[in-house]
Design a protein around this ligand. Structure first.
Ligand code: PGA
Length: 248
């Protein structure tokens, strides 16, 4: 595992975008696994800037997002489809037919989960999977549990996650309680796993995920088993990691 400790969120975003940009330039039809949330916002802004100012070409890039709320259509402003349009897709020359996000309004959600796993099988594996991490160390919506779930599945959001996500909704009771989430196989089958984290609120999750026991109670800890993981975290998010103090 490679850990890049950066000064702040801005540097984290630039570093993550630099890695993604370098991949897209060497492999123009790269398959990118992408997250939503507040952490990747700066990375998406930087990628849009690289598209406009440095001709970074997304015309053949394919993307697979990690999750979507059940019950929200892609047009709903709080859906992750709307998020991706607003923060990335509308700002680069990506073909939206090449972008994949679960359909939270599918009539049969179980079938939608199987359909989504088929996309991973069809593409082989993602070239790069960027992930954020929840304060409870969830990755995508794989919440702390007694076992890891490999397949795309219906995730019941924990109180901690609903509380963290309510800032995007007018009222707490508008936050969907369930989501379609890619499972651990989808995340771990990537060629290059890139975890981004910033802020002291993530310090415990980052420390446990990078240095604690590998356990489904800390879903992020599974990243320790991936052969090619890059963690990009700011000093606040690294504050509880022993390696951070040793190198200071
Ligand atoms: P955040 O969410 O980027 O909004 O903090 C991360 C996550 O829940 O995975």
């Amino acid at each position: 595992m490679k850990i890049l400790v950066v000064a702040d969120e801005r540097e984290m975003s630039i570093e993550a975008a630099r890695i993604i940009g370098a991949l897209v330039r060497t492999k123009p039809d790269a398959v990118l696994g992408l997250p939503t949330g507040s952490t990747p916002l700066g990375t998406y802004r930087e990628l849009a800037r690289m598209h406009h100012e440095e001709n970074l070409d997304f015309s053949r890039v394919r993307t697979i997002n990690l999750d979507e709320y059940i019950g929200l259509s892609g047009d709903h402003p709080q859906s992750y489809r709307a998020f991706m349009r607003k923060h990335l897709f509308d700002h680069v020359n990506i073909d939206e037919n090449n972008t994949h996000i679960p359909d939270g309004m599918a009539e049969n959600i179980e079938e939608e989960c199987r359909r989504y796993d088929e996309i991973f099988y069809r593409y082989g594996r993602t070239d790069l999977q960027m992930i954020g991490i929840g304060v409870n160390a969830h990755i995508a919506f794989n919440e702390p549990a007694d076992c890891f779930t490999p397949d795309t599945h219906i995730a019941v959001l924990t109180e901690s996650t609903i509380n963290a996500n309510k800032r995007n909704f007018d009222r707490r009771d508008e936050v969907p309680q369930t989501a379609i989430s890619v499972g651990m196989r989808g995340i771990m089958s990537t060629r290059h796993l890139v975890l981004i984290a910033c802020g002291e609120g993530k310090a415990e999750a980052v420390a446990k995920s990078c240095f604690g026991p590998v356990t489904p109670q800390v879903p992020g800890s599974l990243i320790q088993l991936h052969p090619y993981t890059t963690v990009i975290a700011d000093e606040a998010a690294m504050a509880l990691c022993p390696v951070f103090f040793e190198n200071k």
